[in-house]
Design a protein around this ligand. Structure first.
Ligand SMILES: [Zn+2]
Ligand SMILES: [Zn+2]
Length: 399
């Protein structure tokens, strides 16, 4: 080999998902030292500020409301908060939370009912059959996995119907009794947010379940739901990219006990977000849609005389790339069909091999003599020179 392997690779664009993942402490305007109560108070304050009823028609308010809820869900749970403190958002990969972006605001209020003064937010209004909540988790795959497709066992925690009481929350032999506070209606009218709103909310006594359990099931302490671990095998199709979401139907949570104590109805979905790992391939190849861009080093004599370069492919193999005589630094050679598969059609895109001219740092005495001889014959046309990056852009744009 005449040249050193390439070390210069065009910088990869920063991960768009990660940059949009805001710091949870920042969202709630609390510090890492803030206590659980401080976090709760901060969430209540932020949720009030961004409450959709106070910001009618403001889509941003809904987004803000949901992101502070997401932040609260993590920071209010000591286990998740610790993982987040140590490893940031990546630490929560195996600890999926609820996908608030797809949730109705009123369901969020039901979940965190106790924070908003016992009530919750209007309970569940009739919106068709009961459906459980969606969960979101992440899996890391290599770029090579994205070429072939792969399978991953996804291990996650979700809330399930308690087997001990089949969701009723009552101990064996005991029966739930009609709630006397709401007279079995499940909802009461009350002033929310310190009198700012008058709203019908889930009953603070029975939490909208219409019944009260005096003799509670020991397994779930009357809740009717218990956290369980679950493992599912998820097929990851060829062509996935960072941030692609794979929806696994029916692997989310069962309907809430308020609307369906025994959990009958439809489970929510599990959303698996794909993350591409940092490895050899992902640093060697830049992805542009279904195409890949890579850099191959070539020596001056190869560029001038023409050559055949052996270039690694994303599959882990190599391919031979013909470098035409007179090739310039920054020019790209197109190799069709060695890009990424298209997620829908499975047709593979192309690979653009950008040629990188390597100038030797040291010359042997013999090389120096030969090159000096050559230099005497050389005439460089200055007008031919254009910017390296403009050339790459033009090549990839197919001009
Ligand atoms: Zn009640
Ligand atoms: Zn139970």
């Amino acid at each position: 080999m005449l040249f050193e392997p390439a070390k210069v690779v065009p910088p990869l664009p920063s991960d768009p998902h990660l940059s949009s993942q805001r710091d949870y402490y920042e969202i709630l305007s609390v510090t890492r030292e803030s206590s659980g109560d401080d976090v709760k108070r901060a969430y209540r304050r932020m949720a009030m500020k961004w409450h959709p009823d106070r910001n009618p028609g403001n889509a941003e308010a809904v987004v803000e409301f949901k992101s502070c809820t997401e932040a609260y869900e993590v920071l209010s749970d000591p286990e998740r908060r610790q993982l987040y403190d140590r490893h940031g958002h990546a630490g929560l990969r195996q600890q999926p939370g609820h996908d608030f972006s797809t949730m109705h605001v009123e369901d969020i209020f039901s979940m965190f009912g106790d924070i908003f003064g016992g009530g919750g937010g209007g309970g569940r209004r009739s919106r068709g059959p009961a459906r459980g909540l969606d969960l979101e988790t992440e899996v890391e795959v290599s770029l090579r996995d994205c070429v072939t497709g792969t399978k991953r066992d996804v291990d996650f925690k979700r809330v399930d119907v308690c087997k001990g009481c089949t969701g009723s929350g009552a101990a064996k032999g005991a029966k739930p009794e009609k709630c006397t506070v709401c007279d079995g209606v499940g909802q009461v009218a009350q002033a929310g947010f310190g009198g700012m709103f008058r709203m019908v909310t889930a009953c603070p006594e029975c939490r909208g379940r219409r019944t009260i359990v005096k003799d509670k099931c020991p397994d779930c302490r009357g809740k009717g739901r218990v956290p369980t671990r679950r493992k599912v095998s998820v097929a990851i199709p060829p062509g996935v990219d960072d941030g692609v979401v794979i929806r696994v139907r029916g692997e989310g949570e069962p309907p809430a006990p308020e609307s369906s104590p025994d959990g009958s109805g439809a489970r929510g979905d599990l959303h698996v977000v794909i993350r591409i790992s940092d490895d050899n391939e992902s640093t060697r190849f830049e992805r542009r849609g279904d195409d890949l861009v890579t850099v191959a080093p070539m020596a001056f004599a190869q560029a001038a005389l023409g050559a055949q370069l052996s270039v690694p492919t994303v599959d882990g193999g190599t391919c031979l790339v013909d470098v035409p005589p007179g090739s310039q630094h920054g020019e790209a050679v197109l190799i069709t069909g060695l890009g990424m598969p298209n997620l829908r059609t499975k047709d593979r895109g192309d690979m653009h091999v950008v040629l990188q001219l390597i100038v030797p740092k040291k010359l042997s005495a013999e090389q120096r003599t030969l090159l000096e001889e050559y230099a005497k014959t050389e005439k460089v046309d200055i007008r031919e020179q254009t910017s390296f990056w403009k050339k790459i852009k033009d090549q990839i744009a197919g001009e």
